[in-house]
Each structure stands twice: as structure tokens, then as C-alpha cells.
Design a protein around this ligand. Structure first.
Ligand SMILES: Nc1ncnc2c1ncn2[C@@H]1O[C@H](COP(=O)(O)OP(=O)(O)OP(=O)(O)O)[C@@H](O)[C@H]1O
Ligand SMILES: [Mg+2]
Length: 256
């Protein structure tokens, strides 16, 4: 991207910023689906990695609707990242079904690829910001890569950053951001992407408690803005902001 991005006219992230969206949830529009139908359903999911004697996941079922923030907790090695990968269609599970926006995701590999691209935004522990670019540019560039027009990208990026509490930091160069601010930029990026399901894997793994609270609040804003959010976390500060928590257990699988 060349030149600094400034905020100009165009379409925003939506009128849903910072409060529950009044209309249909992202991804729920069209078709005959009920407005409150789950965006993401995993049924009896199981997974055994090649070479491992016992399963990492066994018989896990969950449903996530728009505006829900669902936590996945459990000790290290209990399969949190594996579950997110299965839900986000990065990993075909050994057993069970994943249904996204009412569609059987693994009906074909091309369906899985399409749904993975259209429906999921990822936030990882080390999700990177472009250090020499501003917070605004870091979000806008992702929208430009999705094919959004420049002016609209800037407006949507600014709206998303405001929604995660970074409205005063739009022009801050990423290298100068501190605490949970870089991760909040990545939450804003997920929010601005328009993808209906946000999957966050240990998004607060490397930040202090204050930063963690800010990221948890940003994830909550993401759900409030109409996304379905699933967050794998070790952190009780994040887990207690969730509507529900799925706890994975290594003992039950004989893998302690
Ligand atoms: N690609 C792989 N091949 C073989 N085993 C794997 C693979 N990925 C993960 N595992 C194993 O599966 C188990 C679950 O891993 P996973 O990363 O899902 O756990 P986790 O709960 O996310 O752990 P952490 O809290 O440390 O991130 C671990 O025993 C891990 O070593
Ligand atoms: Mg993990």
C-alpha cells in the first residue's frame, strides 16, 4: 500500500458498531434460514492425528449463533486449536460433521474451501501487524486485499477500530502500539472483514492483564456487532467474558 490512508467518505462497517445489529446477522441473510439459526454447528466431532494412539477430540458438539461469544478452554494439549481448526475447516475431522450457515461443509472439498474463505476470520496469538503502518492502514489493507475500494476500506477500517476501542489510535504507527492494542487491531481486522464467524486462538497469550481485558472487550464488541465468535483461551479473564465455555478434557480421552 502506498501513502497514508485518511478517512474519507463511503460505506462504513455498518450501523451495528458498538451495539447489537438490528437487521439480520452477517451471513444469515438470504435463503430460508431462521434469523437465529446457528452460523456454525459441530456435531460429534472427533479427531485422531496420524501416528497418535488416542484421539485428540472425541464426540464434541457445539452450536454458535451470531452475537455469541463462546470460549474453549482446557489444559495445554487438550485439543483447543484442533477444535478451532476443525470448526474453521482447516482440518477435516476424523469423525462428525461441521455445518456452516446451514451447509454441510465437507459435502465436497470445494464447498469446504469456499466456506472457509467466505465465512471465517482468524485471530491468532501472533497475528501480525505491519509495524511501519498505522492502525488504520493495518485494517484497511486487509479490506483492499479482499477487493474493497480504497475509500470504503478506510471508512470501514475506522469504524471497526472504533468498535474495539481504538478510535483515538487510528493514526498510531503499529510499532508504537502497546499492551493489547496490536491484538485489538487484529480483532478490528476480523470485524471489518465482514466474515460472519471469528475464530480466535489464544489471542491474549502474550499480553498483560490490562491488555487482556481490552482484547476480551474487543471480542465482545465483535459479537455485539453481529459475529459469532469462538475463542480458545487459557485465560480466565477472557473466559469470564464469554456467554458459554466449552471445556476440553485430556483425562476423559486417556491422554493425561
Ligand atoms: N499436526 C499434528 N500432528 C500430530 N499431533 C498433533 C498435531 N497437532 C497437534 N497435535 C497433538 O494434538 C494434541 C492437541 O493439540 P492442540 O494444539 O489442539 O492442543 P491445545 O489445547 O491447543 O494446546 P495449547 O494450549 O498448548 O495450545 C497435542 O497432544 C498435540 O501434540
Ligand atoms: Mg492451542
Amino acid at each position: 500500500m502506498t501513502g497514508a490512508l485518511g478517512r474519507r467518505g463511503g460505506r462504513g462497517v455498518g450501523a451495528d458498531r458498538g451495539r447489537p445489529a438490528a437487521g439480520p446477522a452477517p451471513g444469515a441473510e438470504g435463503g430460508a434460514r431462521a434469523p437465529d439459526a446457528p452460523l456454525l454447528v459441530g456435531t460429534h466431532l472427533g479427531h485422531t492425528y496420524r501416528g497418535l494412539a488416542s484421539p485428540v477430540l472425541a464426540d464434541i458438539s457445539l452450536e454458535v449463533r451470531a452475537r455469541e461469544l463462546v470460549g474453549v478452554t482446557g489444559p495445554s494439549g487438550s485439543g483447543k486449536s484442533t477444535l478451532l481448526s476443525a470448526l474453521g475447516l482447516l482440518l477435516p475431522p476424523s469423525a462428525g460433521r461441521v455445518v456452516v450457515r446451514g451447509e454441510d461443509a465437507w459435502a465436497s472439498r470445494s464447498a469446504a474451501r469456499r466456506l472457509a474463505r467466505e465465512c471465517f476470520a482468524w485471530i491468532l496469538q501472533n497475528s501480525a501487524c505491519l509495524e511501519a503502518r498505522t492502525a488504520l492502514e493495518n485494517v484497511a489493507v486487509a479490506l483492499l486485499c479482499q477487493g474493497e475500494r480504497r475509500n470504503a476500506s478506510v471508512v470501514q477500517a475506522a469504524d471497526a477500530l472504533e468498535a474495539v476501542g481504538l478510535g483515538e489510535r487510528l493514526g498510531a504507527v503499529a510499532a508504537t502500539l502497546s499492551g493489547g492494542e496490536p491484538q485489538r487491531v487484529t480483532v478490528a481486522r476480523a470485524l471489518a472483514s465482514g466474515r460472519p464467524v471469528v475464530l480466535a486462538d489464544e489471542p491474549t497469550g502474550q499480553i498483560d492483564p490490562a491488555g487482556t481485558d481490552a482484547v476480551a472487550a474487543a471480542l465482545r464488541s465483535c459479537a455485539t456487532a453481529g459475529r459469532a465468535v469462538v475463542v480458545a483461551t487459557h485465560d480466565p479473564r477472557v473466559a469470564r467474558r464469554c456467554d458459554r465455555v466449552v471445556e476440553l478434557d485430556t483425562v476423559a480421552l486417556g491422554r493425561r
